[in-house]
Design a protein around this ligand. Structure first.
Ligand SMILES: C[S@@+](CC[C@H](N)C(=O)[O-])C[C@H]1O[C@@H](n2cnc3c(N)ncnc32)[C@H](O)[C@@H]1O
Length: 334
């Protein structure tokens, strides 16, 4: 009994202290310590000299890096990055993971005031409408990072053979549409997002060699008409940014953008319909949305299936992809 009580205390304390460890990671990353160690191990005086900061304070921060196993010391007492950092933030790793770190760091001041948002119903700040072009690029690269890594299996599960045109609504970096067009070479893709976001998608397009030139539709789908008819309409990780009421309205509008016998696909990180037993990204992600957007809210699988049926789609079905991929999708046919 006593042991169980102690274990529960440890569990609660580690939850409460989790932010401290995350902040050691953010600080070392933002201070550029990992970058400086890319070229090999360095002593404390060497690091402090390059960074132009106080040796003692830096030593204390580096000690935080040692206990989080982000850093190690070699036999000459020189600091070096651990395997975890080398594989994720090192020179050979995908640079857009940096952007994901930036996103988590940026939303942190909001999420740590979650209690206030729950009481007031107001986000702590409006994250998306405050971004400048450099930050939009960072955010889009963060989404690209996920789509290129754990999210990359959409083309393996979603069979688009026989379809000719695809509209990606809220395309962000465009990665999912590019990946689908890279596999289904006949596909002609149209990417819809705000003009500033599409500038980044054009940058990402340069990594792909596609059969058909992509079309860009720079518009605000909340205020403007969505032009054209397509065999496939993809709405990936976008409904959560606008919330349930606008999502239902958007899906109803999109019905008329789908060719007959075509389909609409909603890819999302669905809140589980049954209470999950452990850590669950879609649930905490929903809390981020509540803290940084006016109407954003993550949605569940069954709820989304109902929205598609309500919009008129038939044979609505869902698909879970690989285990490590937090995305699933719902598909409905016209
Ligand atoms: C979270 S991102 C998803 C990006 C990408 N589809 C993915 O799955 O990684 C949501 C995208 O929806 C776009 N979006 C949100 N509201 C929009 C609107 N009213 N008009 C056009 N795009 C919008 C945002 O700019 C953003 O790029």
């Amino acid at each position: 009994m006593e042991r169980e009580r102690q274990e529960n205390q440890v569990r609660l304390i580690s939850l409460a202290e989790g932010f401290l460890y995350a902040n050691v990671l953010f600080a070392l990353h933002r201070l550029g310590v990992f970058r400086l160690l890319d070229s090999g191990p360095k002593t404390l005086p060497e690091l402090a000299a390059v960074m132009g900061c106080d040796e003692h304070r830096l030593m204390r921060a580096l000690r935080g890096g040692l206990v989080t196993r982000l850093l190690e010391v070699d036999h000459e007492n020189r600091y070096q990055v651990s395997g975890v950092v080398k594989d994720t933030l090192g020179p050979a790793a995908d640079p857009s993971l940096d952007a994901w770190m930036w996103f988590l760091y940026s939303v942190q001041p909001a999420i740590c005031q979650l209690d206030k948002t729950v009481l007031s119903g107001q986000p702590i700040f409006h994250f998306f409408s405050q971004l400048n072009q450099a930050e939009i690029r960072q955010f889009s690269l963060a989404m690209h990072n996920y789509a290129k890594s754990r999210g990359a299996d959409l083309p393996n599960f979603l069979d688009l053979s026989g379809y000719k045109t695809l509209l990606d609504v809220g395309t962000g970096p465009g990665t999912y549409a590019f990946e689908l067009a890279a596999k289904y070479r006949q596909l002609e893709i149209s990417l819809l997002d705000l003009p500033s976001v599409l500038e980044v998608a054009k940058e990402i397009e340069a990594h792909y060699s596609l059969e058909n030139q992509p079309h860009y539709l720079p518009l605000d789908f909340g205020r403007e008409e969505i032009p054209g008819k397509y065999d496939v309409v993809l709405v990936s990780n976008t409904l959560h940014t606008i919330g349930p009421a606008s999502s239902r309205a958007l899906l109803k509008r999109l019905y008329s953008n789908v060719n007959s016998a075509g389909c609409l696909v909603v890819q999302a990180q669905f809140i589980p319909d049954h209470q999950p037993a452990t850590r669950c990204w879609p649930v905490v992600f929903d809390l981020i949305l509540m803290s940084i957007t006016p109407t954003g809210e993550n949605h569940g699988l069954n709820e989304t299936i109902e929205w598609l049926k309500e919009a008129g789609f038939l044979n609505v079905a869902s698909c879970r992809m690989s285990l490590l991929n937090t995305n699933s999708y719902v598909i409905g046919y016209r």
